[in-house]
Write a protein that binds this ligand. Structure first.
Ligand code: ADE
Length: 230
């Protein structure tokens, strides 16, 4: 799979009220090794450090009334201005955002870096989102407690596509969603007979043409079924 991101240092800044959540799963395995090897860089910005009052408030009640609290634009503005030589796109993780898909992930992996704003509470003052032209992204039609989890999902999906992260361990162009949005075929390994259930005969036939046809059929079938589920 081609990736035009020749700049191996992909700079990520994350604005969050919970910096302790990071790197979390981004600190292990291939993504964690890529972090250690400086293929990507993580700059954590604790939004609370930019609060304006002695109570260190970062949120306030919504104009127009309603439940919950809204993150203040002036606090987020100061946090954003603290990022040195920012390059790349600004993204706000919110359930109101456009739903993430592999096409978007690929596009973002070609940026020089990203600024991620993790929402909490009822939301973020819309003025700061509009002023800084944040791209609002959701990881799915459900709500998690905060944008941090969503930021981790987004970063996982992007960083594995950066050059040298998989180190030849993956076959990116064959996997689910990278080819015409078809889901991957099912996989089997040893033992050949497990609990009386055998591996499909075709896979041990040695006939590569037949195996390819069978796998393609499986991909089409499972894609039809799963798409109908949604
Ligand atoms: N914050 C809460 N739920 C979210 C979602 N589904 N996507 C992105 N950010 C979120």
């Amino acid at each position: 799979m081609e990736n035009i991101n020749k700049n191996s240092n992909f700079k990520v800044s994350v604005l969050t009220l919970f910096p302790e959540v990071f790197p979390g799963p981004l600190g292990v395995s291939l993504i964690g090794n890529a972090l250690k090897n400086k293929i990507w860089e993580l700059n954590l910005i604790d939004i609370r450090n930019f609060a304006k009052d002695k109570h260190r408030s970062v949120d306030d009640t919504p104009y127009g009334g309603g439940a919950g609290m809204v993150m203040r634009p002036d606090v987020i503005d100061s946090a954003l201005k603290s990022i040195p030589d920012f390059k790349g796109r600004r993204i706000c993780l919110t359930p109101r955002g456009r739903r993430l898909n592999q096409k978007k992930v690929k596009k973002l992996s070609k940026e020089e870096g990203l600024v991620l704003l993790c929402g909490r509470y009822e939301g973020i003052d819309q003025r700061v989102i509009d002023y800084y032209e944040f791209d609002e992204i959701s990881i799915g039609d459900y709500v998690v407690t905060g944008g941090e989890t969503a930021a981790i999902v987004l970063l996982e999906s992007i960083i594995r596509l950066l050059p040298d992260v998989l180190g030849g361990k993956g076959t990116l162009n064959e996997e689910s969603f990278s080819d015409n949005s078809l889901i991957e075929y099912p996989q089997y390994t040893k033992p050949r007979d497990w609990n009386g259930i055998n591996v499909p005969e075709v896979l041990i036939s040695g006939d590569h043409g037949k195996i390819k046809d069978w796998r393609n059929k499986q991909r089409v079938e499972i894609t039809k079924i799963r798409k109908l589920d949604t």
